[in-house]
Design a protein around this ligand. Sequence first.
Ligand code: C2E
Ligand code: CA
Ligand code: CA
Length: 624
Amino acid sequence: MDQDEKLAEVLAEFAHTLGTDFPTQGMLDHLVQRVVDVLPVTGAGVMLMGNQDHLHVVAASNPVVMRLETLPNELDEGPCLEAYRTGEPVAIPDLGVDQGFPRFSARAVAEDLAAVFAFPMRLDEQRLGTLDLYRDTPGRLASKDMNAGQVLADVAAAYVFNAQARTDSLASIELAHHRSLHDPLTGLPNRTLLGERLEHAMARARRSRRVAAVLFVDLDGFKQVNDRFGHLVGDKVLVAVAARLREVLRPGDTLARLSGDEFVVLCEDLHVPEEAETVARRIAQTLDTPIALDGHALEMTASVGLAFSGPGEDIPETLLRDADFAMYQAKQAGGAHHQVVDHAARLAVDRGEQLQRDLAAALAGGDLQLAYQPIVAARDGGMLGVEALLRWEHPQRGWVPPDVILPIAERTGLIIPLGQWVLGQACRDLRRWQRDYGAAISQVAVNVSPHEVMAPGFAKTVAGVLAETGTDPASICLEVTESVYFDDASRALTVLQQVKDLGITLSLDDFGTGYSSLNYLSQFPFNIVKIDRSFIAALGHHPTTQAVVTAIIDLAHVLNLSVVTEGIETQEQFDRVIDLGSDQAQGYYLSRPLLPDELDEQILDLSRSTAIQLPVSTGQSIAG
Ligand code: C2E
Ligand code: CA
Ligand code: CA
């Protein structure tokens, strides 16, 4: 093999390793050995520019070269430095003859070297270091060898550059990855990483049949710390708390920060759930010592919620949400306390939230309905009007009773648009009946919740709906429960008077369930009192009830109020309330609440016969 072939071989080796992650050091060690084979030299070394602006030796073919390669740094002179600085090869064919590097030359000669050739390792405009060739006999290198030396130096530069770029990009990928999974303030795993760990933990717990626990830690009153001392102090508190929490964990536990003052501890491989409670207690203990910051001693406590993985509930999000819910319960219990998740309560909240969304969708989507229950005259059983009652058929759960719907609607404020829809729909249905059947139904009673009455502009809203639907106010009765005047009696009085002034009939619903006396009621502009059905149910059973109902009816009449008895389920009850002087009656015995088309049939029956047929039994109407 001649020299050219050998050179080609070395280059091929480089080319081959260029794209691999063959270690830089190994490659350069190999290079300095091979150069000595390929070129007429006795030693070779590679120096690279380091961070401190110093060339430092990274590879040498023998100890002498190793010693010489350290000189440029020490002496701040030498051919290598010159080659690096100028970017041009530097040849010193005879070190015995001064060529501008007296100290370097003296040391080289002392090591029995006679010539040195330094080649800059170049890459475009950059220089990464030098390839230095040594010979123990003086004399120039042929220009072909000088060229070969420079080619090798440049190829080595490309290799080193590549390897560095690869390491750098790996490092930056790793850094970006680390950043995407950690909270910048505390350096703790963030929600994403916690999610990954949870998933793994669940899988492991399934296999090992051990318990995994999640502790949801939320500082009490952290907002006040922020407000009082500012966010910088707040951040320091969080860092300090993170450090304390880290201390109480066992190796293998994960501590993550979700957001703000929310931390989560994931404990794996527990034998029994109680072990996690020990962790919760240790968390409380570690926070017992006030946190000293900027001259303040801050007392911090935390609310901790615990949830465990167990058969059937090992879905990571569920576990985290359960722990969050338990934490919330701990907070509600006053904080500084831990709480194991109450699954029944958690489930109830879930259902409530779902139902709430479904209700809003049903209202928006026109999926609510009204059923109408006839109200008849006690005198002759003739139908005087109907009461509108809300009906909702949930696609999965079937009929949801108003007693479930209304508290949700009231809690979420949905009651306002819901109430408007009920009134509007009742008005539209009434108009249709009046158009199709004349005066068979003269009045519709609509229930309004105290929330609606007390909402700003109630009377105006009602007037608006009536105007919009072209409804005569005299054909509308609003039923309000006693509790309407609990909160602010004078305001309730004002609003109800405004409604009455519109020409609307007002009925006091469920009378007898609250605390009001009829005397007190006389100040309110009611036209009708509806005696609660619990009195009717008790009529036959409790002798005193009859006396009470009699008194209510008599007093109502003295106050010029009509009396409706509701919840009439039997002929006997109907007869009894007529005897006691009730003006109107309503109940399953007379008719169940009916959906509009069922009511249509009813009205047609009525209009065909002159006298009303009672009892009107409609069987098991879904509307009832
Ligand atoms: P309420 O105003 O006392 O309405 C009468 C309730 O008694 C209705 O229950 C009705 O179906 C039921 N009922 C009628 N006859 C009998 C009977 O003979 N025996 C028995 N045991 N019950 C009878 P529903 O429809 O479940 O409504 C419950 C409550 O929900 C209503 O009580 C009312 O306070 C409220 N509500 C219903 N619809 C609305 C509405 O559109 N808006 C508002 N704000 N509240 C409504
Ligand atoms: Ca009612
Ligand atoms: Ca009632």
